[in-house]
Write a protein that binds this ligand. Structure first.
Ligand code: ASP
Length: 318
């Protein structure tokens, strides 16, 4: 996909990380890093986006992503409106595009969209007025670009040399937008050893994740890895019959302290959340010293601030 840029070189929409040039990714990560503060310190605030309005249009549930987009926009001085499917007129049969045009008439400058259907953020981006930006907050199983950026930022804080890393992405790869965005960002950043680890039924099509080593046992997949990224089973994207049995899944694919011991001694453990403790990850690991799962959440706000600045700062002072 080609990414649209404005005349000043800034990115207009963020719908996927696939094909996003490395300098843009690095610019966003640098910007986000400058906005990260230790817990307990007051986060940076500014009025850079005063007078801009950001709408969160979520038709799939979300906790961290929606809240962090909202905090990110507010910390930059923007106004925020949140539309959830129960409250929006989509349940009354209004089409997504009509909702979008309404928001456009209300002077919304950026629309943050999460939807279970493939293609929605791209379709909306193709129809909105030229001053409006579209940010994907999760598109079906296809893309979750701000998650990919926050994952890259979290890795970089612990392991700055991407070109020396072994990263294992483990779990329901087939249905995971997190895995796809991680794949694109780590590929672009030059990670040489990118592995996907899943039971055969949860492996993606052979045409996807090109160049990644594929492992069907966790033991082989995490051996000597620097980063172990665990994923949730995407029950909502599977038929009842496809669902793996939770106990059997944990027995083979759960990240326990014993299995983590096969990775490098300084390996970090990630998870995008929500976590199913005792299904994909043991609590001792999720809460243990190698876990950076809470850093991922904190970094999510900084990344979303960086992305909002990137797409809206061209508007200048109100
Ligand atoms: N929160 C992430 C997502 O929206 C991961 C997950 O739901 O498993 O994709």
């Amino acid at each position: 996909m080609t990414h649209p840029f404005r005349a000043d070189g800034s990115l207009r929409h963020l719908i996927t990380l696939e094909g996003l040039p490395r300098p843009i990714i690095e610019r966003l990560l640098d910007q986000a890093q400058s906005l990260v503060r230790p817990l307990g310190e007051r986060p940076p605030v500014s009025d850079l986006l005063a007078g801009c309005t950001v709408a969160n249009l979520f038709t799939e549930p979300s906790t961290r992503t929606r809240v962090s987009f909202e905090l990110a926009a507010k910390r930059l001085g923007a106004d925020v409106v949140n539309l959830e499917v129960q409250l929006s007129s989509r349940v009354k049969g209004e089409s997504m595009l009509d909702t979008v045009y309404t928001l456009e008439s209300l002077h919304v400058d950026a629309l943050v969209i999460r939807d279970a259907e493939t293609g929605v953020p791209g379709t909306v981006a193709a129809h909105v007025a030229p001053h409006v930006s579209i940010l994907s907050a999760g598109e079906s199983h296809v893309a979750h670009p701000t998650q990919g950026l926050l994952d890259a930022l979290t890795v970089r804080q612990h392991k700055p040399r991407f070109e020396a890393l072994s990263i294992a992405i483990v779990g329901d790869i087939r249905h995971s937008r997190v895995a796809r965005s991680a794949f694109h960002v780590f590929r672009t950043l030059g990670v040489p050893d990118l592995r996907i680890v899943a039971p055969p039924a949860l492996m993606p099509e052979p045409t996807e994740f090109s160049g990644c080593a594929r492992h069907t046992t966790l033991e082989a997949g995490v051996r000597d890895a620097d980063v172990v990224m665990m994923l949730r089973i995407q029950k909502e994207r599977m038929a009842e019959v496809e669902l793996p049995d939770a106990d059997r899944y944990y027995a083979s694919y759960g990240l326990t302290p014993e299995r983590l011991a096969l990775a490098r001694p300084d390996a970090i453990v990630m998870h995008p959340q929500p976590m199913n403790r005792g299904i994909e990850i043991a609590s001792e690991v999720a809460d243990g010293p190698r876990s950076v799962i809470r850093d991922q959440v904190r970094n999510g706000v900084a990344v979303r601030m960086a992305v909002l600045r990137e797409v809206l700062a061209w508007r200048g002072a109100p």
